[in-house]
Design a binder for this molecule. Sequence first.
Ligand SMILES: *Cc1c(COP(=O)(O)O)cnc(C)c1O
Length: 346
Amino acid sequence: MTTTPAIDLRSDTVTRPTDPMRAAMASAPVGDDQYGEDPTCNRLQARVAEMLGKEAALWMPSGTMANQVALRVLTRPGDEVIVSRECHAGWHETGGSAANAGVQLVEIGARGVFTVAEFEAAIKSRSMAVFPPSTLVEIENTHNRSGGIVFPQDEVERICASARRRGLASFLDGARLWNASIAGGRPEADLAAPFDLVAVSFSKGLGAPGGSMLAGPKDLIAAATRHRRMLGGAMRQVGIFAAAALHGLDHHRERLADDHANASLFAELLAASSAVEIDPASVQTNIVVFKLAPGAIDADALVARARGRGVLLNAFGGRAVRAVTHLDVSREQARRGAEVLLELLG
Ligand SMILES: *Cc1c(COP(=O)(O)O)cnc(C)c1O
């Protein structure tokens, strides 16, 4: 009996390393990274610092830890952090921002973005002794829960300039900054330039089995090194992972455009159904979040039935579903995935 492999649209984290990536991992020179002696990790850190236009970059085991360390470096307990609605740090890190950094998050804007006016209106006045100090603004680009949208760079520049004038630090959660760069045709360094600290991930669209990085000026990266250790995230022969990240940067970055085209195709096909609410023009990168129209089955039921047909998705709340394209989803599979959903939705 032959079984058709599942079409796994749950996340771009489900990719498994390709054979050439595994070969690069197997042959990577390694050393003890806590003595600064892992040549492959050092090479990756130098390369990513250069790509992001920052002085230094630091390996992190996960994007969540990169975010948590950034919060600890740039804030003090009791501070307030201004963020986009449904940001990763607030929704996908199990309360870590409060537990690890002791900060409270204030969500502003809509659909993952906000304006400089909304940002300035959210800054609490330092003249009021009872207010928590607003000390950091965080932008997520691309924005995961809002469907992989790219934050408009003009607005990023205005927000970060305003933050600097007002004495707030700035942090970019760029787990999918590679996608934002490919979609907008702008180098990562341009997108990262306005920020004090920037996080990027290798375990999403680039297809590596793990790893993220935090980049910024040397003094902030030195502080981040201490917090990484404190959180238990300092590793040893990490070059095995870093080699996969280097391979991903060399071979899987340009092809993100294919994932974006496949996500658009998927959304266009779904838009034909009256049971689905989606504007295909809103799909900018590799994430499609669609709503189920009134009268259609709910998200959990659709996800369960799709699984029975070999199509894996994630429910995002009761009436929304997320599909993500990646290295292990071909154009034909994206098409087939949408066709199965159309059949299930009737
Ligand atoms: C995936 C993701 C992260 C990091 O997640 P890990 O699973 O911890 O690597 C951070 N921010 C955003 C926006 C993400 O989508």
